[in-house]
Design a protein around this ligand. Structure first.
Ligand code: NAD
Length: 415
């Protein structure tokens, strides 16, 4: 495990603790033992804290810290590496892990540039391992149902939509304070919806252009490169010439006492229908004196991740955020233990074809992220209003600046 932050605690930790206790079983690969063997972090202090808190719930694990932590972890004999470091530190860790022949799972967004994605794809193929990305919203039952309706033709031809994801100030002010300099909330969270849209409504369309703007002045200086909120628009073109446009709004400066710890809403409009969804307002509303809305949430999302006292007396932590981590380990177990050795290459190909998490299917998402980052960088340098054209005559990603004849080519190959 590389990085032991918030997302480790929410999803990986409960998965590893359950796997330690129960193993992972499926008829095709049998019983597979999964242990958190080693962790790499910046300072080692979170690993130490976790070691103390987790006694008895997990096997002893090695902890490496500092600049050489990852190489030490890779030499420790691990089979798979999960990367949950800040988003601009995914690539290097993933590259080294794949070069060492390990299966890799990367938190979203996989990487920030198509050039980096290309490297990871080549390495995964060269070393015959899986390289996958976590987009847990694809496993949300509401999103699964949306995709099912689209696949079954109940909802026909999406035309446009909006998504918003708002986080409290505490995220930018304390949780991410260490790495937030020069970053924006779009790359980190809009990516959930970029992927949801791309995966749910594709692949019979082409990404066409990306535009974005944002606001500064709260997390950092008004003329700086750290963003408070971001508004992104991406446009897809269908083969018949029709287009679909999606606006994704994100912020990490919402007041700490606003009703949702994370406020998430979508609306998609189709030729024959409208889909509205709210991640928190799924039926539960609760008040506890002195504890809501900070320690306990007013409108909690128990589907993502919740701690429960099961009817049969057991304490559990479950939800789609954990389910999606387990799925990766099932895929690894299937490749390595799901049949005879001679069939491994075929099983590997089968798992690579899963477009919900394979890096090879992450091109559109990374293209939007790369475009967004470049547009915001130009904006911060005093040149707002750029757009990125995808697969036009100048290249895979061409950044067009107002008043300038020639674009900057961000990615030359086919995006
Ligand atoms: N799937 C989701 O909804 C979701 C939610 C939150 C975060 N994330 C993703 O998870 C990643 C981490 O986010 P977080 O919220 O856990 O962040 P965090 O700031 O809470 O934790 C980051 C962790 O990475 C470690 N780290 C930083 N640089 C490192 C390096 N060079 N080598 C090794 N370890 C390093 C830190 O020590 C810390 O343990 C991000 O990519 C983020 O986008 C995903």
């Amino acid at each position: 495990m590389v990085g032991l932050g918030m997302i480790f605690d929410d999803t990986y930790r409960p998965f590893f603790e359950r796997a330690h206790c129960e193993g992972l079983y499926r008829r095709d690969f049998g019983l597979v033992d999964i242990e958190l063997a080693a962790v790499a972090t910046k300072t080692g202090s979170r690993a130490e804290r976790y070691r103390q808190q987790s006694a008895g719930r997990i096997a002893p694990f090695a902890s490496f810290a500092g600049n050489d932590a990852l190489s030490q972890l890779l030499r420790h004999g691990v089979d798979a590496v999960c990367i949950a470091t800040p988003d601009d530190r995914h690539f290097e860790a993933a590259r080294l892990a794949l070069e060492a022949g390990k299966h890799v799972l990367i938190e979203k967004p996989s990487v920030l540039k198509l050039q980096e994605l290309d490297v990871l794809e080549v390495l995964a193929r060269k070393h015959n391992v899986l390289a996958k990305v976590v987009y847990h919203k694809l496993a949300d039952p509401d999103h699964k149902k949306l995709r099912t309706h689209v696949a079954d033709g109940v909802l026909k031809h999406v035309n446009n939509g909006y998504c918003s994801l708002l986080e409290p100030k505490e995220i930018s002010g304390s949780q991410f304070a260490e790495w937030i300099q020069g970053r924006n909330p779009g790359t980190y969270v809009a990516v959930h919806y970029i992927k949801l849209i791309d995966f749910t409504f594709g692949p019979n369309w082409k990404l066409a252009r990306i535009a974005a703007t944002g606001q500064r002045g709260l997390v950092g200086p008004v003329s700086g490169s750290t963003w408070d909120s971001v508004q992104l628009q991406m446009v897809y073109a269908y083969e018949d010439g029709r287009e679909a446009a999606f606006d994704i709004h994100t912020s990490w400066v919402t007041p700490d006492n606003f009703p949702g710890y994370v406020e998430q809403e979508v609306q998609f409009r189709f030729d024959n229908g409208v889909w509205n969804a709210h991640q928190r307002k799924r039926g539960v509303e609760m008040t506890v004196e002195g504890r809501t809305p900070h320690e306990l949430k007013n409108t909690p999302n128990h589907h993502y991740n919740g701690m429960f006292l099961e009817p049969w007396g057991e304490r559990s932590q479950r939800g789609y955020g954990i389910e999606i981590i387990q799925k990766f380990f099932e895929e690894v177990a299937y490749v390595d233990y799901g049949g005879a050795k001679e069939g491994r290459a075929q099983r590997l190909e089968e798992m690579r074809r899963l477009a919900y998490n394979d890096v090879s299917a992450d091109r559109n998402t990374v293209a939007v992220v790369q475009a967004l980052e470049a547009i915001l960088q130009e904006h911060a340098a005093g040149r707002p209003g750029c757009i990125v054209e995808v697969n036009g005559k100048e290249g895979g990603l061409a950044l067009r600046r107002p008043g300038q004849q020639n674009p900057i080519v961000l990615y030359e190959g086919s995006a």
